[in-house]
Design a protein around this ligand. Structure first.
Ligand code: NAI
Ligand code: MG
Length: 338
């Protein structure tokens, strides 16, 4: 038996970390029949005239599941983010980003266990932007819906409940953004009493950033709107070893796309320097989603081995090991846990 999964290597460091992840997954013994789609972003524009060709979206719909590398988005101009478009077109409303200390990775704090639930389809990423040439005024509208907010809040509490998590914090700016953030906060306050075993509180986004860099251990699940979740998840990644090690999953009612938090890292692309751990941990989330718990545990224990040994470290973790060598070393350790 094999799983048919869409594989989107992306660009920048994407193809390197994707190749490494495929190699490490093979060491679990689980068979994958990868359906590759390489032409996204600028490559998609060159080949098909669009950054996100419709046949790729259709392929993910047909297969139901994808493993994805990062795709570069031009800054301040050019095409709309492929990543945002994909999340919206597939209605992947829950972006789940676990930021948990991995034994062996040296960080300023120990025992950080954060789980960020970022609303993934609305807010300031709704794509409602306009420029008034006459008055030189720019608008970016943060549109959120009651149903869109409700489902991510329900998702977070349900996940916390079924996974034995202790605490949920809703992060907002309801003092200023009374309608959008205010609605999000109110909905979370209404859901919380249904889960009496889960401690609940709320924090204003700016204070939350300060809290997280001083006492991250006091927090556990965080549910928030799109932009705040994007920013908080990079911040939280910094608490547990950086963007090279933090996984993510985009989950909807019908489809799931697993991708790391990080982007295409143009500064190190094509140099065999990227740390594939983040995408490998996203693949671990994918294995759990597929019910392949034993293989997922083997990936986890393989990573714990590699980091505890501390010998084969990529540049972001203070070493000089290349992406490909890291994958080879990790694959042997993963295989030993099967
Ligand atoms: P980035 O995450 O690509 O890089 C930030 C810093 O972290 C860089 O110094 C980079 O070298 C380092 N880094 C990231 N991943 C790493 C890894 N696996 N191993 C070692 N070091 C790593 O963020 P940046 O520079 O803001 O964005 C670059 C491009 O990526 C932009 O076009 C952005 O739009 C896109 N992007 C795409 C995402 C996606 O496809 N889901 C997510 C975030 C950004
Ligand atoms: Mg981001």
């Amino acid at each position: 038996m094999s799983y048919r999964v869409a594989l989107l290597p992306g660009d920048g460091i994407g193809p390197e970390v994707t190749e490494a992840t495929v190699q490490v997954l093979a060491a679990t013994g689980i068979k994958f029949d990868w359906v590759r789609h390489a032409d996204l972003g600028a490559a998609g524009v060159d080949k098909y005239g669009v950054p996100l060709p419709e046949h790729v979206v259709q392929s993910i719909k047909d297969l139901g599941i994808a493993l994805k590398g990062p795709v570069t988005t031009p800054v301040g101009k050019g095409f709309k983010s492929v990543n945002v478009q994909l999340r919206q077109k597939l209605d992947l409303y829950a972006n789940v980003r676990p930021c948990k200390s991995l034994p062996g990775i040296k960080t300023p704090f120990e025992n950080v266990d954060l789980l960020i639930f970022r609303e993934n389809t609305e807010g300031l990423y709704s794509g409602l932007e306009s420029y008034d040439d006459r008055h030189d005024i720019a608008d970016s509208i943060a549109r959120i819906s009651k149903s869109g907010s409700q489902r991510i809040i329900d998702f977070c509490f349900d996940y916390a409940h079924t996974h034995g998590q202790k605490k949920v914090t809703v992060v907002h700016k309801a003092n200023i953004l009374k309608l959008t953030s205010g609605m999000f906060l109110k909905l979370a306050q209404e859901v919380a009493p249904k889960y009496p075993e889960i401690e609940f509180n709320d924090r204003i986004i700016d204070n939350m950033c300060m809290q997280l860099v001083i006492r991250p251990q006091e927090y556990n699940c965080i549910v928030t709107t799109n932009l705040f979740g994007d920013i908080l998840s990079d911040l939280a990644a910094g608490l547990v070893g950086g963007l090279g090690v933090v996984a993510g999953a985009n989950i909807g009612a019908k489809y799931a796309v697993f991708e790391a938090v990080h982007g295409s890292a143009p500064d190190i692309a094509g140099q065999n320097k990227a740390n594939p751990t983040a995408l490998i941990r996203s693949a671990e989330m994918m294995l759990r989603h597929l019910g392949e718990t034993k293989a997922a545990n083997a990936l986890h224990h393989g990573l714990v081995d590699i980091y505890t040994e501390g010998v084969h470290m990529t540049g972001d973790q203070g070493g000089t090991t290349g992406t490909d060598e890291f994958a080879r070393q990790l694959a042997t350790r993963v295989a030993s846990h099967i």
